[in-house]
Design a protein around this ligand. Structure first.
Ligand SMILES: *[C@@H]1O[C@H](CO)[C@@H](O)[C@H](O)[C@H]1NC(C)=O
Ligand SMILES: *[C@@H]1O[C@H](CO)[C@@H](O)[C@H](O)[C@H]1NC(C)=O
Ligand SMILES: *[C@@H]1O[C@H](CO)[C@@H](O)[C@H](O)[C@H]1NC(C)=O
Length: 326
């Protein structure tokens, strides 16, 4: 309680002096509406890819959707895989694909010696975007695949930067320590009335990050990850899901949901029968094309995770964000 109060004050002071990008022309270095570009973050050694929607207007606040790539991948590949820049899924939001420092995110076991500054990077990038473009601070969302998925949880766990995101989603997360990553600190999200809406997708035949976990690789079972997010949202420890419905028969797809602190389905899980470590899409994508049939047996899937992610996000926004000066 005490701790989150201090973080809130810090955030207030930090953001209070910032200027909003609303009402200003898009700065020259950014892509024009309807296109994407990879940019360097000023005063930083980090970079990111960004897509500005064709509908963007400098006097209308746009939501921002971050999508973090898997280990060894880049923002351009994540843009293709996630389809977050595709107006069919995201007609009016800014899509952002941060680049890794050295191929892996902070949450990867191989990053423990290099310590990439991913939390500061995400925080600074978000501030830069809010100052440069017309951003709706109540609708900023984080997503990631595999190692980028666990980084999404590390962000949610951090009281400073996690508080700026309204909801989170992870596809085929490689969960090493349920968000308690060595060198990052414990999972201590700031307390907030909105909670931490969390949507997780995982394939039952994932060989990279097995759904039941892997003791040798220190991969945590998905059910533990779900229970931890339910508990952080006010559910009792190890509280059972409120519902677990079949949404497809063959392959068997189950959607489980937890109701915590009066919020229905604040933690949601798609259990993908016969899917591997691949981003669910009804058509082939980079995952299905590159990993092949031994790892992604169906070659495509029976739903588009991206569509479900945007539906989930549309249920959540922050009420208590700080206003930037105009
Ligand atoms: C939380 O994130 C901020 C950047 O937003 C970073 O400076 C700080 O070290 C992080 N805290 C922990 C405990 O990792
Ligand atoms: C939901 O149902 C499936 C199939 O019966 C089961 O394997 C799974 O453990 C249940 N719960 C969750 C959270 O997936
Ligand atoms: C799923 O997304 C792909 C684009 O990645 C699209 O071509 C396809 O029509 C979508 N499927 C459905 C059922 O909406």
């Amino acid at each position: 309680m005490h701790v989150s109060f201090i973080f809130t004050l810090t955030a207030l002071v930090g953001i209070g002096s910032a200027k909003s990008g609303c009402g200003k022309a898009i700065p020259d270095e950014f892509p024009s509406p309807g296109s994407s570009k990879t940019l360097s973050l000023p005063n930083s050694d980090r970079s990111y890819r960004i897509h500005i929607p064709s509908t963007y207007q400098h006097d209308t606040k746009a939501p921002v959707y971050f999508s973090f790539c898997g280990a060894g991948k880049d923002g351009h590949e994540q843009e293709g895989l996630s389809q977050f820049s595709n107006p069919a899924f995201n007609p009016d939001g800014i899509a952002v694909y941060p680049e890794t420092d050295n191929g892996v995110w902070l949450s990867n076991q191989y990053a423990h010696t290099s310590h990439p500054n991913d939390l500061d990077f995400t925080d600074e990038l978000l501030t830069h975007l809010e100052e440069s473009l017309c951003v709706d601070q109540s609708r900023i969302y984080a997503n990631g695949k595999s190692n980028g998925g666990e980084l999404t949880a590390v962000i949610a766990c951090n009281a400073t930067v996690g508080s700026r995101f309204a909801a989170f989603s992870v596809v085929s997360g490689a969960w090493h320590e349920t968000g308690d990553v060595p060198g990052v600190g414990a999972c201590e999200p700031a307390k907030r009335d909105e909670g931490y809406p969390f949507l997780i997708f995982h394939g039952t035949v994932d060989q990279t990050a097995p759904i039941e976990g892997d003791v040798e690789d220190e991969i945590v079972p998905i059910i533990d990850v779900l229970h931890n997010w339910a508990e952080r949202n006010g559910c009792d420890k190890d509280q059972k899901w409120a519902r677990n419905v079949t949404i497809h028969e063959d392959p068997l797809v189950k959607r489980a949901g937890w109701d915590c602190d009066g919020k229905t389905n604040i933690v949601e899980f798609y259990r993908e029968g016969d899917n591997g470590h691949c981003w669910p899409c009804t058509h082939s994508n980079d995952d299905y094309a590159t990993m092949g049939r031994d790892k992604c047996p169906m070659g495509h899937y029976v739903f588009n995770a991206t569509e479900i992610i945007f539906e989930f996000y549309s249920r959540y926004q922050l009420n208590s964000q700080f206003q930037l000066e105009m």
